[in-house]
Design a protein around this ligand. Structure first.
Ligand code: AGP
Length: 607
């Protein structure tokens, strides 16, 4: 996620902006920049890489007379993380400078329309389109506030945007839609920022902007408007008592919890620009030029491997494409066989996992095209793959991967829909049901997460003494069982085994006893009766059972943990956070270091 900070006040603004950007570093970024007006010029200074690069660029700059400025840390979504794509972006006339966080889904048609009017672009970003659109619409008969409003009305997608104007150098205009933006209200100074830590050192009085609101602020005043009608709005000023660390986690105790609760927004971001809610269709421009693969070999590690196993079910049943899913560290040493028209799909949140990269390179040595499914722009996977599709989940700070897997499942669903549509193997009513279900998921999950957490807390106190856990599932729920076991292992250090439920009879059931409980995925699908019979066998041996289930099916287990019914395999998007929250609450109950578990790294860049 990008970071935005703006300051209008009585102090030299640029040092405050740089300090605020440092407070937003936890959000992850790959370039940064500032803008300020001085000596009748709107200066824009940007740098690729970390903030120290920007500070080097700022050294020696004459900037201490500027008491209003904007700053931005960029987490690249459109356009590589290079200086020309860094924010702020200026209009060619040099009178406006803008920073933006979000995704402008219709930036290409807007860009074309502006280019057709003779406008020249200097970056590959969607954000530059917005500042150029404002400049285009800002005619002499309207105010900048009105031009900003008119431009936002033409934008589809998400934004938190802030704007400077050389003609009114002590003012800042800002607006939000689905990307966080808030005001810091000081004495003779005001702030706008993506998150509270950016200005917490100067004020604890905060105004939260809502979607569709626009603010105009200067050192001694601020006013919020309805972005469409420009009607002035009354807003409440909240007093924040958090410390810095709590503020970086948005008030959550751990980044892992914050990222679990970000999953509704992650699903929405993943779908943005890829799903047409009216036509109920999927477009993946990244893949238009690629043929539909005859076979897919998925290569990944850990959680990403589990996502691949889950995606196999959808790709094979909806797109009728044979899929092999390989643990990268095995694949790279096995001399795998490739067929003509194979595609290797490398799934990696970080894009830096050594075994996954090695698997990709092996495929490329055999002339097999590689598609990267990745969360980090500019990472090694994205640079070495022949094509890339981004999960757009924002930076994942917690070592235990949560929202990244959610975004991987969304993209695998979209791949199965997209290739199924191209091959004509997917019935239209199934396609429309899935897409409708996907579009409704963020709201369902947003409502359900607090309840899921409450149940996870109750179960954690009861099961925290367990020495081992079985996680059982069948079909698409089998990879979820593997993932649930991995989460429990890696943050609570309790031994856990994920198993295909049908495998229990082939040996593992010998381990069942009350101190070795079972966590079952007993979701409403065709395999549920089989799972139920497995659970009967477990209970016949005094094994305790927690079963994630859905309404409409009576289960006699120790804890029936009900999640809402959604279409088909989309129930995984409700089961996954339940598994994550159970592991999280167990680890918290046991006093473990949730965000930085022992022995683990966020990205395994060595073998
Ligand atoms: C997940 O919770 C683990 N931290 C780990 O298994 C991780 O998924 C694995 O190392 C793969 O990482 P990647 O997705 O960045 O390639």
């Amino acid at each position: 996620m990008c970071g935005i900070i703006g300051y209008a006040g009585h102090r030299p603004a640029v040092p405050i902006i740089v300090e605020g950007l440092k407070r937003l570093e936890y959000r992850g970024y790959d370039s940064a920049g500032v803008t300020f007006a001085q000596h009748d010029e709107l200066h824009v200074i940007r740098a690729e890489g970390k903030l120290c690069e920007l500070e080097t660029r700022l050294n020696g700059q004459d900037m201490f007379h500027a008491t209003t400025a904007l700053g931005h840390t960029r987490w690249a979504t459109h356009g590589l993380p290079v200086e020309r794509n860094a924010h702020p972006h200026r209009d060619p006339g040099g009178r406006l400078a803008l920073v933006h966080n979000g995704i402008i889904e219709n930036y290409q048609p807007l860009r074309k329309r502006l280019k057709d009017k003779g406008r020249t672009f200097f970056s590959d970003t969607d954000s530059e389109v917005l500042v150029q659109l404002i400049a285009e619409l800002w005619t002499s008969d309207i105010t900048l506030r009105e031009a900003f409003s008119k431009a936002l009305a033409q934008v589809e997608g998400t934004y938190a945007a802030a704007l400077l104007n050389l003609d009114e150098p002590n003012k800042i205009w800002a607006a939000r839609k689905s990307s966080p933006l808030l005001l810091g209200v000081g004495v003779g100074e005001n702030f706008v920022a993506s998150d509270i830590p950016a200005f917490l050192g100067y004020t604890r009085d905060v105004v939260f902007l809502e979607d569709g609101e626009l603010v105009e602020l200067e050192p001694f005043s601020w006013q919020v408007f309805d972005a469409a009608t420009l009607e002035p709005l009354e807003k409440k000023v909240h007093h924040i008592t958090w410390d810095f660390q709590a503020a970086q986690k948005g008030g959550y105790r751990h980044f892992m919890l914050k990222e679990i609760f970000e999953q509704p927004a992650v699903i929405a971001n993943c779908l943005a620009g890829r799903v047409d809610g009216k036509a109920l269709s999927v477009t993946l421009p990244e893949l238009e030029s690629l043929p539909v693969p005859a076979q897919i070999q998925i290569v990944a590690c850990g959680t990403s491997y589990h996502a691949g196993l889950w995606g196999q079910h959808l790709l094979e049943s909806w797109a009728k494409i044979p899929v092999r899913v390989e643990i990268a560290s095995e694949f790279r040493y096995r001399n795998p066989l490739f067929m003509p028209d194979d595609l290797v799909l490398a799934i990696s949140q970080s894009g830096e996992t050594a075994d996954t990269l090695a698997g990709m390179r092996l495929a490329k040595e055999h002339g097999v095209p590689v598609l990267g499914l990745c969360n980090v722009l500019g990472s090694s996977v994205t640079r070495e793959a022949d094509g890339v599709i981004y999960t757009q989940a924002g930076p994942e700070i917690s070592v235990a991967s949560t929202k990244a897997m959610c975004s991987q499942l969304v993209l695998l669903t979209l791949l199965a829909l997209y290739w199924g549509r191209r091959k004509g193997t997917l019935a239209r009513e199934v396609e429309t049901s899935i897409i409708t279900g996907l579009l409704g998921l963020p709201q369902v999950l947003e409502a359900e997460l607090p309840r899921l957490r409450g149940t996870a807390q109750e179960l954690a106190s009861e099961y925290s003494t367990a020495n081992s856990f079985f996680y059982l599932g069948r079909g698409p729920a089998y990879p979820l069982a593997l993932e649930g076991a991995l989460k429990l292992k890696e943050i609570s250090y309790i031994h856990a085994e994920g198993y295909a439920a049908g495998e229990m009879k082939h040996g593992p059931i010998a381990l069942i006893e009350p101190e070795f409980p079972t966590f079952a995925l007993a979701l409403n699908d065709a395999l549920l009766p089989k799972v139920v019979s497995n659970l009967v066998e477990v209970q016949a041996r005094n094994g305790r059972v927690i079963a994630l289930c859905q309404s409409g099916f009576e289960l006699t287990v120790d804890h029936a943990w009900e999640v809402p019914q959604v279409y088909g395999p989309l129930n995984s998007f409700l089961a996954l956070p339940a598994l994550q929250l159970f592991a999280y609450e167990m680890a918290v109950y046991l006093g473990k270091d949730v965000d930085q578990p022992r022995n683990l790294a966020k990205s395994v860049t060595v073998e």
